[in-house]
Design a protein around this ligand. Structure first.
Ligand code: GDD
Ligand code: MN
Length: 380
């Protein structure tokens, strides 16, 4: 995974025109690293004549972090000690809220992320990118040699699972830049787990995301806080992001799954009743009736779960009406296609019937989604 080139080769034009940069650093027990990262940021600040602030967002570490920031003696660095709502994502989000400059940077405290790359990230924002990532996986990016197979594989799987959400190479990175104005406009941010960048890219619908190569250095002091629990939270986080991005598709997909389960239920009930010796007209009707009920219940519980606290009887009658109307649509479409378009040719009747089924199902879905299980309540 390691490539030789890495250190910020593109020397940039002056970025002093930036009105100011807020660097947000989430910390938990990073007292040993604080003096080093401040030193490196200070060197950069002087070399580039930057206006900046550093905000350590600390989850009440009590390990001398507060003293370390004070001892460094920089008036542009402060530490906010958080006592509620612990966690990396909430810490970053709270830091972004508290930031006072128009450009936001998020980075780790353990010197894995080189502060020297900050000008490149900011330059990306100036060249109209909305979000810029310090990336290990673009040409020129690299990681330290001792990334064992497990760590690499872990990172690889996490990245692949996020692929449908964004084409970015390194969406797991904790090193990125964005505009404060975009952050302030973001809605429904859900600070779960470690993947703040992924959350922001998806929820802000950023299209123009840039990646700047960095060399990711292993931490020298202290320990990683990325636990197994955090990794499990990532799965939950992914599900929410998928729902957010593909909600329309997800409704349709689940509706179709439920429909398929209805076919199975219908046939099972019918066969069972025939076995018992009941008349066929009754078995057919019972199959339809029972599958209609299971379809209704499954859609209410899963597909349109947001509406599962609404009055059930009204929903059920609506669902049955939509299904009956769907049958009418099915029949009308099939018949009119047969008479006007698919008049002859092989399987013309079957094709017309298929088109009727598709139209009927589409009608059912729209009726269920927008009438029967519509979102009529405002969540407070
Ligand atoms: N406030 C706060 N609260 N900060 C935290 C917490 C928390 O619960 N957990 C971790 N941090 C801080 C750490 O102190 C550190 O500055 C930074 O967040 C990253 O934590 P690490 O423990 O160093 O994480 P990592 O090195 O395993 O993960 C890094 O690389 C991943 C990609 O490989 C992070 O940058 C991740 O965001 C990134 O996904
Ligand atoms: Mn780290």
């Amino acid at each position: 995974m390691t490539k030789a080139i890495s250190e910020h080769p593109i020397d940039l034009c002056d970025i002093r025109f930036t009105a100011g940069i807020s660097i947000i650093i989430p910390t938990y027990q990073e007292a040993a690293n604080i003096p080093y990262i401040l030193k490196r940021i200070d060197t950069l600040r002087q070399a580039r004549d930057l206006t900046l602030e550093v905000l350590f967002m600390d989850d009440d570490s009590r390990d001398g972090s507060v003293e370390a920031v004070a001892a460094a003696g920089f008036d542009w660095a402060r530490i906010i000690v958080r006592k509620a709502d612990r966690g990396l994502s909430p810490a970053v989000i709270e830091g972004f809220e508290a930031a006072r400059y128009p450009v936001l940077i998020c980075m780790d405290c353990d010197l894995s992320h080189p502060p020297e790359a900050i000008p490149n990230l900011v330059l990306g924002l100036h060249s109209s990118q909305q979000f810029v990532i310090g990336s290990r996986y673009v040409p020129g990016g690299s990681t330290d040699d001792d990334w064992g197979f497990f760590r690499w594989f872990n990172s690889f799987v996490a990245t692949v699972l996020a692929r449908p959400l964004t084409a970015v190479r390194d969406p797991m990175s904790g090193f990125f830049a964005m505009r404060k104005s975009d952050f302030d406009a973001a809605r429904d941010l859900n600070p779960v787990g470690y993947k703040v960048a992924l959350e922001l890219i998806v929820k802000c619908s950023f299209e123009n995301v840039g990646e700047v190569p960095i060399h990711f250095t292993d931490r020298q002091h202290g320990e990683s806080k990325l636990t197994l629990i955090e990794q499990l939270k990532y799965i939950q986080h992914l599900r929410r992001l998928y729902m957010h991005k593909f909600s329309g598709m997800m409704y349709l997909l689940q509706f179709l799954f439920v429909g398929a389960s209805g076919v199975v239920v219908n046939l099972a009930v019918l066969s069972l009743l025939v076995l018992v010796g009941l008349p066929e007209w009754f078995c057919l009707a019972a199959g339809i009736g029972v599958s209609l009920c299971t379809n209704f219940l499954l859609n209410r519980r899963f597909t349109f779960s947001y509406a599962r606290r609404e009055p059930v009887l009204r929903q059920f009658l609506g669902f049955v009406s939509a299904s009956l109307l769907g049958l009418v649509v099915n029949y009308a479409v099939a018949l009119s296609l047969r008479m006007n378009v698919l008049e002859d040719g092989p399987f013309a009747l079957q094709l017309a019937a298929l088109a009727g089924i598709a139209a009927g199902m589409g009608f059912n879905f729209l009726g269920a989604r927008y009438l029967v299980f519509r979102k009529r309540f405002v969540r407070r």
